[in-house]
Ligand binder design. Structure first.
Ligand code: SF4
Length: 390
C-alpha cells in the first residue's frame, strides 16, 4: 500500500477539473511527440482495423513492413474477403499469433456479406465481428469513427494503474473494472481517437514497464504512483497461468531434385495449437514424456499414407520453444527420401523447395528446425547441437 495514496471518496479522487487537466496535458504531449506511423495518416476504418490487430502483442517496428505489404496486397476489405486463407496466412507468416489473421479474414467476409462492406461504427456492432473484443472495438470506434469510447491495452492499463496507484490486478475483477471505468471517464469528448492513441503512446514511450521516465511525463503532476516514490510497484505483478509442458518429435523429410532440396510439409488441423500452419511432420504429446520412435513411425504411416521403410533413429538435435502459454520441447529427426517413390499426397501435404520455404505460413519453431537441419547438413561431423529458445 502506498502511504501517500490519496483517500478516494469516489474511487478516483479526481474532480472534473483534474480530468480536464489530464486530457489537456496528454493531448498536448501527444501532438508534439506522436510517432510518424502510416496508419495515422489514413481515413480508412479498414486500415485502422488491420493496424490494431497487427499491433496486438507485436512491436510497432515489426508491424510496419507487414502493414505496408498487407495494404498493398489487400487494400480493401473486399480484397481481403475474396482472398484464400492460405494466402492470408502466408502474408502473415512471421508475425505470430496466427489466429489474428484467420479472424481478420473471417470478419472481412462477414463485413462484405452482412454489412455491405462497411464496418459497424459502434462498439456493440464491432464486437459482433470475429476477433474484435473490447480493446479493438474501442480503438476502431474512437480512432476511425470519432466515437467517445475508451480502450484499454497493456500500456493504458499500466499508465492508469500508476496514475491512481491502483493495488489490484488490472487484468481481472475489480482492478479491471476500475481501469476501464477510469479510461471511460478520462477519454476526451472532442478528440477521443487522439486521446486513446496518446495514452497508449505515453505507456509505450514514457511510462514504460521497467523504467518509467517520470521526469519527462506530462502526467507527473497528479500521478499518485510517482508520488509514492516507486511507480513500478503498479500495477501489481500477476502470476502467469501457463498450461503444462509438451514433448514432441519432428521429422524433416527431404529429397533432392535438380540439386535443390525439397521438404515435405504437413498442414496442421484447423483448430488447436498453431492451427492451419505448415510444419515439418510433428507428433507431440502433453506432459514431460517423449513420444516414442514407434509413435512417430506409426503416425507417419497413418498421416502420410506411406509404409516405406525408414530409419528415423538418429536424432540430430533438440529444440525448446516457448509459445505464449506453452513450452514445447522437440527432438528432431531427418529422413532422406531422394531414392524413394513417394505416394500421391493428400490436401494436407505438399513438397516445398528450400527457396520457397521462407514464404510458407509456418511457426517460428519450424524456422528453428530448418536452421538446425541446415547446420547439420553443412557439417555432418559436428556434435549434436542443442538449441534453446531465445
Ligand atoms: S509520472 Fe511516471 S508513473 Fe506517473 S504516469 Fe508518468 S511516467 Fe507513469
Amino acid at each position: 500500500m502506498c502511504p501517500t495514496k490519496q483517500k478516494m471518496s469516489n474511487k478516483t479522487g479526481q474532480d472534473e477539473g483534474e480530468e480536464q487537466g489530464f486530457r489537456r496535458r496528454l493531448l498536448s504531449w501527444f501532438d508534439e511527440n506522436r510517432r510518424d506511423l502510416p496508419w495515422r495518416y489514413v481515413d480508412d476504418p479498414y486500415a485502422v482495423w488491420v493496424s490494431e490487430i497487427m499491433l496486438q502483442q507485436t512491436r510497432v517496428t515489426t508491424v510496419l513492413d507487414y502493414y505496408e505489404r498487407w495494404m498493398k496486397r489487400f487494400p480493401t476489405v473486399e480484397d481481403l474477403a475474396e482472398a484464400d486463407l492460405e494466402e492470408v496466412l502466408e502474408l502473415w507468416s512471421g508475425l505470430g499469433y496466427y489466429r489474428r489473421a484467420r479472424h481478420l479474414h473471417r470478419a472481412a467476409t462477414t463485413v462484405v456479406d452482412e454489412f455491405d462492406g462497411e464496418l459497424p461504427q459502434s462498439v456493440k456492432g464491432l464486437k459482433k465481428l470475429t476477433g474484435i473484443g473490447d480493446y479493438t472495438a474501442g480503438a476502431i470506434a474512437s480512432i476511425a469513427f470519432g466515437q467517445v469510447e475508451p480502450l484499454v491495452d497493456g500500456n493504458v492499463m499500466r499508465v492508469i494503474a500508476r496514475y491512481y496507484a491502483q493495488d489490484e490486478d488490472p487484468k481481472r475483477g475489480a482492478g479491471k473494472r476500475f481501469v476501464w471505468d477510469q479510461a471511460g471517464k478520462l477519454v476526451d469528448p472532442g478528440r477521443p481517437g487522439d486521446f486513446n492513441q496518446g495514452l497508449m503512446e505515453l505507456g509505450s514511450l514514457v511510462c514504460t514497464a521497467k523504467s518509467p521516465k517520470c521526469s519527462e511525463c506530462p502526467l507527473r503532476r497528479g500521478c499518485q504512483g510517482f508520488a509514492c516514490g516507486d511507480p513500478t510497484r503498479f500495477p501489481p505483478t500477476a502470476t502467469p497461468t501457463r498450461q503444462g509442458p509438451m514433448r514432441g518429435r519432428v521429422c524433416v523429410i527431404y529429397r533432392f531434385s535438380g540439386g535443390e532440396a525439397e521438404f515435405l510439409l504437413r498442414r496442421r488441423p484447423a483448430e488447436g495449437l498453431l492451427a492451419g500452419l505448415w510444419e515439418f511432420p510433428t507428433v507431440e504429446v502433453d506432459g514431460k514424456s517423449w513420444p516414442t520412435l514407434k509413435d512417430l513411425r506409426g503416425w507417419l504411416s497413418g498421416e502420410a499414407e506411406t509404409d516405406q521403410d525408414r530409419d528415423l533413429s538418429k536424432e540430430f538435435g533438440e529444440i525448446e520453444h516457448v509459445f505464449s502459454h506453452r513450452r514445447l520441447r522437440v527432438k528432431v529427426h531427418q529422413w532422406d527420401v531422394s531414392a524413394l517413390h513417394w505416394p500421391t499426397l493428400g490436401k494436407r501435404w505438399r513438397w516445398v523447395s528450400e527457396a520457397e520455404l521462407s514464404g510458407v505460413a509456418s511457426s517460428a519453431l519450424m524456422g528453428k528446425v530448418k536452421r538446425l537441419w541446415t547446420e547439420q547438413s553443412e557439417d555432418r561431423q559436428q556434435e549434436i547441437p542443442v538449441s534453446q529458445n531465445g
